[in-house]
Design a binder for this molecule. Structure first.
Ligand SMILES: Cc1cc2nc3c(=O)[nH]c(=O)nc-3n(C[C@H](O)[C@H](O)[C@H](O)COP(=O)(O)O)c2cc1C
Length: 188
């Protein structure tokens, strides 16, 4: 449970490359993830050269609940790796549940090595696909940013149903979650 409590979203990173062995584990976690009818419709692209990482970083949107000066990582806080997750529409059965399970496994594999991540859906898909030069049959589902965190993030109590995360005085992320009493319908 401690692993799950700390496997949060991270948005500021140390400028230290994610080792190849960790990248391999992230991809292996994606490869073996559960998926509907075992159809395996997802494809991945690793973005790790600093030039390409910088280009991708210009095409993703960070932390919608925060003012830009708080939510957007500064040059020296940027992720050091992105992985693009595509749905291959040439194959039957692509679905968002499979993508979610793969994303969960990838970010957990990373965190098992102390590598933090941010799943990103607010992304400029046309510009990213142009940059990658990928086939039109590959639908860009999400980008995931990775790196060694430069901040902490913790789950906090929610007040008045406010789901917005915020930064505390140390610029650490506070992520309100609904209490169990609100989400558990019962035990029958
Ligand atoms: C499907 C999905 C899309 C997301 N898209 C973005 C995004 O575009 N930009 C961003 O900064 N965070 C993004 N996030 C991170 C969420 O904001 C974050 O998961 C949420 O605030 C809860 O924080 P936690 O992951 O620490 O529990 C996304 C997360 C998910 C699961």
């Amino acid at each position: 449970m401690e692993f799950l409590r700390t496997r949060r979203t991270y948005r500021r990173f140390q400028q230290k490359a994610v080792p190849a062995a960790v990248v391999d584990d992230i991809l292996e976690a994606a490869r073996i993830a559960s998926c509907g009818a075992n159809r395996q419709t997802l494809k991945y692209l690793v973005v790790q050269s600093p030039e390409q990482v910088d280009k991708v970083n210009g095409l993703v949107h960070w932390a919608a609940y925060l003012p830009p000066e708080q939510g957007i990582p500064k040059a020296e806080e940027r992720p050091t790796l992105f992985i693009a997750v595509f749905q291959d529409e040439a194959l039957p059965g692509a679905n968002d549940t499979d993508a979610g399970l793969a994303l969960g496994s990838m970010t957990a594999a990373a965190w098992s090595h102390g590598v933090g991540s941010c799943i990103m859906g607010a992304i400029d898909r046309p510009a990213l696909c142009d940059l990658f030069g990928t086939a039109p049959s590959l639908r860009l589902h999400s980008m995931v940013a990775f790196g060694y965190p430069a901040h902490e993030s913790r789950v906090v109590e929610m007040h008045d149903g406010d789901v917005r995360y915020y930064l505390d005085d140390a610029r650490d992320y506070c992520v309100p979650k609904r209490p169990l009493s609100e989400i558990l319908l019962g035990r029958i």
